[in-house]
Design a protein around this ligand. Structure first.
Ligand code: BG6
Length: 461
């Protein structure tokens, strides 16, 4: 591969958000979503207002233009486009036309994800969301509607955000069984349905937007063995197989790895597939979107290990997640900050699939404080982004096809468990979990820093 020392001129500098985490606008024709049902009882910031992007659309796009991003990765609120999961809302479509047009007028490429954890609650009530095969058709129908409606304006798309998290047990996904075995059974069945839905959508995409590109978005798992003990090495391989390759292998190769197939069959977890599905298996994406926050370290599982406090996807009979003394953790980055992991992970993915890649999420959570003078000095975030962008440059320099970098997140969003106590944005949203206040936008120090990075097409030494 050719060695270069700078980002290509057409590198897609960008920023990301997701609909249910920023839009709000609940009373503006949006249907009830699975996310609304989860958060209302929890006492955290609910999604009725979120970051109120719905009412700040013009202002937010003006800020994006000032920042200079080339691409904006967002997601469509399925419940805004199809409030009851069946019928299309013209009002919902209009909102996205407005957003897309404002982006295009600002020379920013719209990059929507069709499914970012959110769907009409009606589909959960009716058939349990992706637990059911019916959801494959519901998703395909929704995808076709979006492709037809926006395909003449939007040329870069993503199918599903992070299957790993989107199938995890929890009320949001419809995987609500209490029994751990049934939870896992659901997880793999849901995951298969998502893969099939993705493949059917890609088949439709090829007909409807032949000049477009569509990608799969993975929660990249960079997994280190805790020691050089052969069983720890094996545990790390198994972990990667279970929480990364399983999703990517199916998406790109149309099949699970041999080890993973054996694991699923042995545990009686292999999903139900129909013979007719096979005709879709070779519809693979054009690129891989990579979400990366931190690496993770595992060892072989011992008999009385208790992993019940871990996020659901890190609970497994095949490995135990442990601390890594070489990696520094912070208040919100429990798995630590590991920019080397970004490089290691990208390299592994490319060498396995040889597809172009784009960073779809990478960012630093912090409880930001507004200073007396009204500024937000988030140097910790600048440090994090800098380290990771440098690793992207190393990767690109070695000739790998990394086509862009979308940091998470453009503005503060409702984070999944901590709401607005935990912030990722370049733009501060003035609200708390309890009080939506005015949601006034304030540019953080990192906004100005990233603006320079984009202007200089890299970090000035
Ligand atoms: C990713 C998701 O998994 O991580 C985002 O795609 C999410 O939607 C982000 O917000 C950060 O996670 P959290 O839990 O801090 O909000």
């Amino acid at each position: 591969m050719e060695i270069k020392n700078k980002f290509p001129n057409d590198f897609l500098w960008g920023a990301s958000t997701s609909a249910f985490q920023v839009e709000g606008g609940f009373n503006e024709g949006r249907g009830v979503a699975n996310s609304d049902m989860r958060y209302i009882p929890s006492g955290l910031a609910d999604y009725k207002v979120a970051s109120d992007h719905y009412h700040h659309l013009k202002e937010d796009v003006t800020l994006m233009k000032e920042l200079g991003i080339k691409v904006y990765r967002f997601s469509f609120f399925w419940s805004r486009i199809m409030p009851d999961g069946e019928n299309v809302s013209e009002e919902g479509l209009r909102f996205y036309h407005e957003l897309i047009d404002a982006l295009l007028e600002s020379d920013i490429q719209p990059f929507p994800t069709l499914f970012h954890f959110e769907m009409p609650y009606a589909l959960i009530e009716k058939f349990g969301g992706f637990k059911s095969r019916e959801c494959v058709d519901a998703y395909e129908k929704y995808a076709r509607i979006c492709f037809k409606e926006f395909g003449h304006k939007v040329k870069i798309w993503a199918t599903i955000n992070e299957q790993m998290c989107a199938t995890a047990p929890g009320d949001m996904n419809g995987n609500t069984e209490k029994d751990p075995y049934l939870q896992q059974k659901n997880l793999y069945q849901m995951s298969y349905h998502m893969s099939l839905a993705e493949k059917k959508a890609i088949a439709a995409f090829r007909d409807i937007i032949p000049d477009g590109k569509i990608g799969h978005v993975v929660a990249m798992q960079v997994i280190y063995p805790a020691t050089s003990h052969p069983l720890d090495i094996q545990a790390a391989q198994n972990a990667q197989d279970q929480i990364q390759w399983s999703f990517l292998d199916f998406s790109i190769r149309g099949q699970y790895s041999s080890h993973f197939t054996t694991f699923l069959k042995k545990q009686n977890l292999y999903p139900i597939m129909e013979l007719e599905d096979q005709q879709y298996f070779n519809n693979k994406p054009d690129f891989i979107g990579v979400n990366y926050y931190a690496s993770c370290t595992v060892r072989a599982k011992k008999k009385d290990d208790d992993d019940s406090k871990m996020p659901p996807f890190y609970q497994s009979q095949q490995f135990m997640v442990v601390e890594n003394k070489y990696i520094q953790t912070t208040e919100w980055m429990h798995f630590g900050v590991d920019s080397e992991g970004l490089y290691t992970g990208l390299r592994e993915i490319y060498d396995r699939y040889q597809l172009p890649m784009i960073i779809t999420e990478n960012g630093m959570a912090y409880t930001d404080q507004v200073e007396k003078d009204g500024t937000i000095q988030d140097n910790y975030r600048i440090d994090y982004l800098k380290q990771h962008i440098e690793k992207c440059l190393q990767f690109v320099s070695e000739g790998y096809p990394l086509i862009g970098y979308c940091m998470w997140s453009f503005l503060d969003v409702v984070s999944s468990h901590e709401g607005f106590n935990k912030r990722y944005g370049l733009v501060y949203v003035d609200r708390t979990n309890d009080n939506p206040k005015s949601c006034k936008r304030i540019k953080k120090q990192s906004f100005y820093w990233y603006k320079d990075v984009i202007k200089n097409n890299g970090i000035e030494k």
